[in-house]
Design a protein around this ligand. Structure first.
Ligand SMILES: Nc1ncnc2c1ncn2[C@@H]1O[C@H](COP(=O)(O)OP(=O)(O)OP(=O)(O)O)[C@@H](O)[C@H]1O
Length: 912
């Protein structure tokens, strides 16, 4: 906790200049409605005048007794919404009519309502006339509300769109077509190989066509392709050995374009680098029918039953014209006051899905809320960046309603100013669990007894092992403040809850306690999360925007299925561990230099890995520092620099002949950075038109970074849910995007697991990305241009040498590489037990991985531990934790890595 600092960011009044509302040209918010609001209800509370049809309250309850179909329908279409009457003041009026609840039976006991907590502000006022009689909330024509979910405690509201099931034949055709269009389909690769990549030392694999693969019985038929031919590994090796008489595998060929040396002779260090790389399996692919979810509904914003100023704001200032599916489905449920679980794909607008109904309700409260009225809504998110982003979203939404004040709590500012801002008052409070807990326990000015909405965004992350305690403690403290009891109320109903017992709406409210509505959201939400953290949601609705899930008969299956935007193209790349670094570099060069796709996120397992790779790429690939060859060869190689590739250059020459390989900026983001740096990076990358952000899972959840084209997962995620969130940083709100996960050959089964969860993912060949190094490296090494063979290996080897030279030549970089390598090994050893069949520590070739950190030292000399010692540590570590964490859980504050004795002299990776 000590590393966290409280900060409440300026209120909108302070950060954003309010609009001039009295100006004749002030646009949609000019005069009229504001004048009226001011005159009628700003200053004095109005006595309740309007008779409200009691059936508004009772109708939904009746709905519960209807048939299954009707029941589900009523969940998203409260009967009150369907009335053709014109109700003054819009959707918010339902909230305002809440004080009519005076007496009701809760568990058979009559209870008196209290005006202390049901303030007069809920009373109806005369203001804007807004029809709520429209059928806006009905599901789109291509979607219907499904049967109620039969989960024990949940009712499901889901869209049954046009089922996008495809026939097996259609899918097969599609796969074949995709295979054909692959840039490196077997035939095409053969062609390329024949033309320019004939070196027998190039151990690149090729994938067989999917149809052909299906005939195989084993998923891991080990295949090696050499010069376009399929050979068993042993055959390949023997052939290579036969053709390469030296111990480095140099070929016998006799001619060379360089300095009169034999042509086409592969230098030993190139051969050495590509020698003995891991075997690459050929996978049997499954027919995958991805879960379908339409991003947008057919409902237009202008038809939404919300304040006209909100409509104008959403359309003009936020560029929205249509509701997304999840927004359309969840709006009526949240407005009905029920607890709910909302699941929808990444980038589908879940923030506005919960924020809009909250703002709509808050703006309708009369008399208008004041800052001194205390916090009315609390939003808990897992990371500081997401807190900032959510805060900004609320700021935009409340623009027409300046009396509603959002604020957020994250580290960075002085406690004094934080307290001062809290004292001023906040209506909607956003924060991370630890920080909120800290405040609820220590800051007197944080009054939470009026909280009516508790939102838990990324609920599955917040309620997992790392956060559950903080969330549970926060909820207990909140209960204590609101109800004088940490357990909360036994039975609670939100004033608008359609399941609330029938009450007499004509009696005045005086002592009803504030009821809190809890909303949980995530793209990977399972209904079990409500059982965590002692939240005990009451009669929650399950809003699932995925069309395929209209039939809830197999709950486990529904929760297992991963929902991924269909505008996202997913790839995996099986890469020998030794070639990982150059392959990643080639991807960056390819995407950020050779194509128009210029914004990329690269996920890595640990902070130390992010630090090292950012520094390495910035100095070797990027513009910061020109690379300098030191002349050192691969430690495996003792051959001379026969082609002059490694010619030493003085600084001047280096500047002229070694321009940066890519003109692109590298950013980094992880949890161990100073808060100011984190915020700066987040904002800079968000507004940048190009750049590569290297990050840990701290950036995996919720962040909305515009125009990101590619997501690369350099290390595999701990869970498939993490996979979904990582790739979800692209392809947002219907835009196109691509993702690629790099896996070691021994990790190929991860692809099978994804496919079992309905993720459609294609293979990208190693050569496809590596070959993009050729034009890049020939810029700096003109000799390569003259070579007719093995360009790819030369370019890759040259770059690897450049990386290694940099690391060897700079003490600081060598230190970073060492720490990064150790953190990676620790991380790998700490994969969850159920993942260890895929991520098997024993399968790691540490020497090859050391190469992927550009280290020339033997593994036993890096950190003083060889593989045997690592495994011994793994066995001895408490809980079999595998020598420590290193996984970045996306958690916003530090936690001690698992396993390993305390006082361990080795640098330990931080968890995010
Ligand atoms: N109706 C809409 N029309 C157009 N854009 C929208 C709409 N609703 C939201 N957006 C935009 O979509 C983007 C993604 O929204 P948001 O971050 O809320 O998605 P999300 O579902 O919470 O994603 P994640 O699961 O990754 O957290 C934001 O830039 C938001 O402004």
């Amino acid at each position: 906790m000590s590393d966290l600092f409280l900060n409440i960011v300026d209120t909108p009044v302070e950060r954003f200049k309010p609009q001039k509302r009295r100006n004749n040209n002030a646009g949609p918010f000019a005069d009229g409605p504001f004048k009226k609001l001011k005159t009628d209800s700003d200053t004095k509370p109005k006595p309740f005048k309007k008779k409200v049809d009691p059936s508004w309250w009772s109708a939904p309850a009746q709905n519960q007794k209807k048939t299954a179909d009707e029941t589900a329908s009523s969940a998203s279409q409260p009967k009150s919404f369907q009335k053709k009457e014109e109700v003054k003041s819009g959707a918010g009026s339902r909230w305002r009519s809440a004080p009519q609840i005076q007496e009701r039976k809760v568990n058979g006991v009559e209870s008196n309502s209290s005006s202390v907590t049901q303030p007069q502000s809920f009373k109806k006022t005369e203001e804007l006339k807004l029809s709520v009689g429209s059928k806006w909330w009905e599901t789109p024509s291509n979607a219907t509300v499904s049967k109620p979910i039969v989960f024990p405690t949940l009712k499901k509201v889901t869209k049954v769109g046009d089922n996008k099931e495809k026939s097996t034949v259609a899918i097969k055709k599609e796969i074949v077509a995709e295979e054909d269009s692959k840039p490196s389909s077997p035939q095409k690769l053969k062609k390329v190989d024949n033309k320019e990549d004939k070196s027998p030392n190039l151990l690149l694999h090729q994938t067989k066509s999917v149809n052909e693969d299906k005939k195989k019985t084993s998923s891991f038929n080990q295949k090696k392709m050499l010069n376009g031919n399929s050979n068993s590994v042993s055959t390949v090796k023997s052939e290579v050995e036969e053709e390469t008489p030296s111990k480095w595998g140099v070929q016998k060929e006799t001619t060379s374009p360089f300095r009169g040396k034999p042509r086409d002779k592969t230098p030993a260090y190139v051969a050495a680098f590509f020698k003995s790389v891991d075997e690459i399996p050929t996978l049997d692919h499954k027919d995958v029918n991805p879960v379908a979810e339409d991003v947008f509904s057919l409902k237009k914003i202008k038809d939404a039953p919300i304040h006209p100023h909100s409509i104008a704001n959403l359309e003009k200032n936020m560029g929205m014209t249509k509701m997304t599916t999840v927004q359309q489905l969840s709006f009526p449920v949240i407005m009905s006051g029920k607890d709910c679980l909302v699941r929808s794909q990444t980038g589908s607008g879940k923030t506005i899905a919960y924020a809009l109904p909250i703002v709509e309700s808050l703006q309708g409260i009369r008399p208008k809320l004041q800052r001194s009225d205390g916090v009315h809504a609390v939003v808990i998110v897992p990371t500081r960046e997401l807190a900032l982003q959510t805060f900004e979203c609320f700021v935009k939404l409340v623009k027409p309603f300046t009396w509603i004040v959002p604020g957020y709590l994250v580290g960075g500012e002085k406690k004094k100013s934080e307290k001062a801002r809290l004292r001023k008052g906040i209506t909607i409070l956003i924060g991370t669990p630890g920080r909120l807990l800290d405040h609820i326990q220590t800051t007197k000015n944080l009054v939470l007894n009026q909280v009516k909405w508790l939102v838990i965004d990324e609920a599955d992350r917040l309620l997992d092992m790392g956060y559950e305690k903080d969330v549970a403690s926060f909820v207990r403290s909140l209960n204590e403040q609101q109800y004088g009891n940490p357990e909360g109320e036994k039975e609670r109903f939100h004033p608008l809850d359609v399941d609330a017992p029938e009450i007499d709406p004509t009696l005045a409210s005086s002592d009803t306690k504030v009821k809190r509505q809890t909303i949980m959201l995530s793209a990977t939400l399972s209904s079990s999360v409500d059982r965590l953290a002692g939240l005990a949601l009451k009669h929650p609705k399950f809003v699932d925007a995925a069309a395929s899930h209209d039939d809830d008969s197999d709950r486990e299956l529904i929760e297992k299925d991963l929902v991924i935007p269909d505008s996202l193209t997913q790839w995996y790349l099986l890469c020998p561990s030794k070639l990982r670094l150059v392959t990643l570099a080639s991807l960056i060069v390819w995407k950020c230099r050779m194509s128009n796709e210029k914004k990329m996120l690269i996920f890595m397992a640990t902070q130390d890995m992010v630090d090292f790779h950012t520094e390495l790429f910035s100095s070797v690939l990027g513009t910061r520092e020109k690379a300098k060859d030191t002349g050192d060869l691969d430690v495996d190689s003792d051959v001379e620099d026969e082609y002059g590739l490694l010619e030493k250059k003085d600084d001047e020459e280096a500047d002229e002949s070694d321009p940066s390989l890519i003109d692109i900026e590298f950013f980094k983001l992880h949890g161990n950075m100073a808060q100011k740096d984190r915020t700066d990076v987040f904002k800079s990358f968000r507004s940048a038109t190009s750049g590569v952000l290297l990050c840990t899972d701290v950036a995996a959840r919720g962040l909305d970074l515009p125009h990101v084209d590619w997501i690369v997962q350099y290390t595999a995620p701990g869970t498939s849910a993490d996979y979904v969130h990582r790739v979800g940083r692209t392809a947002r709100v219907g835009s196109a995007g691509s993702s690629l996960i790099m896996l070691a050959p021994s990790e190929a089964q991860f692809v099978t697991r994804l496919e079992e969860q309905r993720v459609k993912i294609k293979e990208q060949q190693l050569n496809t990305s590596l070959k993009h190094l050729v034009p890049t490296m020939t810029v700096t090494v003109p000799e390569l241009d003259r070579m007719r063979k093995g360009k790819t290996e030369y370019a890759a080897t040259k770059l690897q040498l450049r990386f290694e030279d940099s690391v060897k030549g700079r003490e600081d970089l060598h230190g970073l590489a060492t720490k990064a390598y150790i953190s990676f090994v620790r991380f790998y050893a700490s994969y969850p037990i159920d993942s260890r069949t895929v991520f098997n520590f024993k399968a790691l070739h540490l020497g090859h991985y050391a190469k992927s950190f550009a280290l020339r030292d033997p593994p036993s000399q890096i950190g003083g531990l060889g593989k045997k010692q690592w495994l011994d540590r793994d066995r001895k570590a408490p809980g079999g934790g595998g020598g420590g964490g290193g996984r970045d859980s996306g958690r916003d504050r530090g936690q001690r890595p698992r396993g390993g004795p305390s006082g361990d002299p080795l640098p330990r990776p931080q968890p995010h």
